[in-house]
Design a protein around this ligand. Structure first.
Ligand code: SME
Length: 161
């Protein structure tokens, strides 16, 4: 597809419904993992303007920073640590409306106020997470959970074990 994205400014659901087919078109037919993860975070940041969005991949029993958009971030996160490590441990999406109230939250930036972390699951195993940070409180809800899970489902088969 052309590299130009069509960015709409509608409701949250409309925005996801517009960007997800474009993300599918971007990754379709491209086998390179890094290229695909990089384009997914770039497309999501362009659509939503979030403060930080990125992937962490499980490597040697740690989450290791992968393609992201935004300020520099923590490189390695252990299982059960922070929002990302908790999502990995529980194999569940975690929505944090106020990161200051989440015990053990890892603050890569003091500007991050709310967060959602979605696990990437393949063959019943968490192989990474998608982490999104907002500079505002209460940014994420069930709509983000639903659509971001669609996106991690879309890319899970491309992540090498
Ligand atoms: N806040 C995350 C760490 C990653 S950064 O937000 C990019 C956590 O608590 O796991």
């Amino acid at each position: 597809m052309s590299e130009d994205l069509k960015i709409i400014k509608g409701s949250k659901t409309e925005n996801y419904l517009s960007i997800i087919p474009q993300i599918k078109a971007l990754v379709e037919g491209e086998p390179d993992l890094i290229a695909n993860l990089a384009n997914v975070v770039a497309a999501l940041r362009e659509q939503f303007g979030w403060f930080w969005i990125g992937f962490y991949l499980v490597k040697n029993d740690e989450l290791v920073l992968a393609p992201f958009q935004g300020p520099v971030a923590c490189t390695r996160i252990k299982k059960g640590r922070g929002v990302c490590g908790t999502s990995w441990q529980q194999a569940q999406t975690i929505i944090v409306s106020d990161v200051g109230a989440f015990p053990g939250h890892i603050a890569c930036s003091s500007l991050s106020k709310s967060e959602i972390v979605v696990p990437i699951i393949r063959d019943d195993e968490v192989i990474g997470v998608l982490d999104v940070d907002s500079s505002e409180l209460n940014s994420f809800d069930g709509t983000d959970k639903k659509f971001l899970n669609e996106i991690t489902d879309l890319i899970q088969f491309r992540v090498l074990k």
